[in-house]
Design a protein around this ligand. Structure first.
Ligand code: HEM
Length: 210
């Protein structure tokens, strides 16, 4: 069983690897998202690729910021020593979540897999925002333990993109489903999976002494 410090370091490591990968994939390797866009078939709405790409890059940049700000704020050392920084950084996380949600709202109608996928993305948008707002409401009422739980639930969703791609490969390559169907199933599966991951972490993560 991992102790609190090692569990935190492992989470930071996974987050750093993901951020480096996401930045490399979207800002260096395939800046025009050709691989991803080539899978979009039979879109009902015409896609303005230039605008979509700009929005997607803002989406990715703020997603990375949310990952960094969130990971830093789970450090109990920073929480104990630098409360003011924890608070400011927490608001940076909230603003980043809002921007990821807003940009997601623009991209959702063009989602791979069509309307069923966009419904799932919009559901995800609402859920993620609600969980993040709950974390803020709880701390404003000085309910530290509840704040921690809602932040864990919210933070699990920074792994949305990773989870969707992992599950899409699983259904597409493993079960031979079409890419679009695999993608749609993966969005719904990711919502369930990430909710479960949040609950599992809440139950198993060793608590800090405050
Ligand atoms: C926080 C971590 C996240 C990262 C790093 C991230 C990254 C990305 C990237 C790179 C894309 C472009 C397509 C691809 O290569 O997958 C994308 C698309 C998209 N993301 Fe995110 N995302 C994150 C979270 C979210 C969340 C939480 C939502 C919903 C609330 C969301 C909604 C969308 C939508 C709707 C698209 C367009 C999908 C499509 O066109 O089929 N993302 N995201």
């Amino acid at each position: 069983m991992l102790n609190r410090k090692n569990a935190y370091l492992l989470m930071v490591l996974v987050t750093i690897v993901l951020i480096v990968y996401v930045i490399y994939a979207n800002f260096v390797f395939d800046t025009r998202a050709t691989g991803f866009l080539s899978r979009k078939m039979e879109l009902k709405k015409a896609l303005n690729i230039a605008v979509w790409l700009k929005v997607m890059h803002v989406h990715v940049a703020f997603a990375c910021l949310a990952m960094i700000a969130g990971a830093i704020n789970f450090s109990s050392w920073i929480f104990k020593k630098y409360r003011r920084f924890h608070r400011l950084n927490g608001y940076l996380y909230v603003v980043s979540v809002m921007i990821v949600d807003l940009t997601s709202g623009y991209m959702a109608p063009y989602a791979t897999g069509g309307k069923i996928s966009s419904v799932a993305f919009n559901l995800l948008n609402i859920l993620w925002l609600l969980m993040t707002i709950m974390a803020i409401v709880k701390i404003r009422r000085k309910h530290v333990d509840q704040h921690r739980k809602w932040m864990i639930r919210s933070y699990a969703f920074v792994f949305t993109n990773f989870s969707i791609h992992l599950l899409t490969s699983f259904f597409h390559k493993g079960f031979g489903l079409s890419y679009a169907n695999s993608y749609t199933i993966s969005i719904y599966s990711s919502i369930i999976l990430l909710l479960l991951v949040g609950e599992m972490v809440i139950r198993t993560w060793p608590k800090a002494r405050i």
